[in-house]
Design a protein around this ligand. Structure first.
Ligand code: NAP
Length: 205
């Protein structure tokens, strides 16, 4: 359960980037919402595959945690959160985005020629205030990731790759366990984006 839907979705994002042709050594991959469930596990997967990962977070206090998950560098999410230019300096070979809104628009605008952006979330917002410039001038590909209706064969592949490729020590590092009564306290924190990594609820405790 520490992996859960978030970890499975993280793997779907990472597989989509590989299918789009991304290879380790081809440039930094940006992970947004980095300290969240999808973000922290995406970092561990990509770092495990040998990618250099930049983590974007609103929690500067979690820099050491993000480095322990495998991030090579950490940036403040404020850099990406406000409206930006349609095309910006090319920084990323790929992106795993769990945030949406201006963050996704800026991530696309900063993706290198021919790069790919896997979009799975809406932590900042469901809107996508972007232009087509990155897609038609840099050949950037926007890859939509859905975990719910994902076909069975793809699910199997994702779970198999989680079993073989996800570093267990990093998964443990990203996970805290609480009893059922503790869920009442943690839920508002989670909704406020303040929880780090994954929270496993032991319903028998
Ligand atoms: N497509 C699918 O099938 C699928 C599957 C699972 C989840 N999702 C979606 O993916 C997103 C991430 O899921 P999760 O389980 O990782 O959630 P989570 O654990 O709550 O993590 C979300 C992270 O986003 C960042 N964040 C929160 N509020 C933000 C804001 N206002 N602006 C910018 N960043 C903000 C925070 O990270 P930092 O503090 O590090 O910035 C937070 O930890 C959610 O929107 C969820 O609904 C989609």
């Amino acid at each position: 359960m520490a992996i859960g839907t978030a970890g499975y979705t993280a793997m779907l994002c990472c597989l989509a980037l590989r299918d789009a042709g991304l290879e380790p050594g081809g440039g930094d991959v940006l992970v947004t919402g980095a300290s969240g469930g999808v973000g922290s596990i995406a970092i561990a997967i990509l770092a495990g595959w040998g990618f250099r990962v930049t983590a974007s977070t609103g929690k500067s206090a979690e820099t050491d945690f993000l480095r322990a998950m495998g991030a090579a560098s950490v940036i403040d999410r404020a850099e990406l959160a406000a409206p930006g230019k349609p095309l910006q300096k090319e920084r990323w070979s790929g992106v795993v985005d769990s945030v949406g809104s201006h963050t996704l628009a800026n991530a696309c605008a900063q993706t290198r020629y021919g790069g790919a952006v896997a979009a799975c979330g809406l932590a900042q917002g469901m809107d996508f205030p972007a232009t087509v410039a990155p897609f038609i001038l840099r050949g950037v590909r926007l890859l939509g990731i859905d975990s719910v209706m994902c076909p069975r064969a793809r699910r199997r592949l994702a779970w198999e790759r989680l079993a073989s490729d996800l570093d267990r020590a990093r998964l443990e590092n990203a996970t805290v366990e609480i009893g059922l009564a503790g869920a009442i306290e943690v839920a508002p924190e989670l909704l406020a984006g303040k929880v780090r990594g994954r929270v496993v609820v032991d319903v028998n405790a």
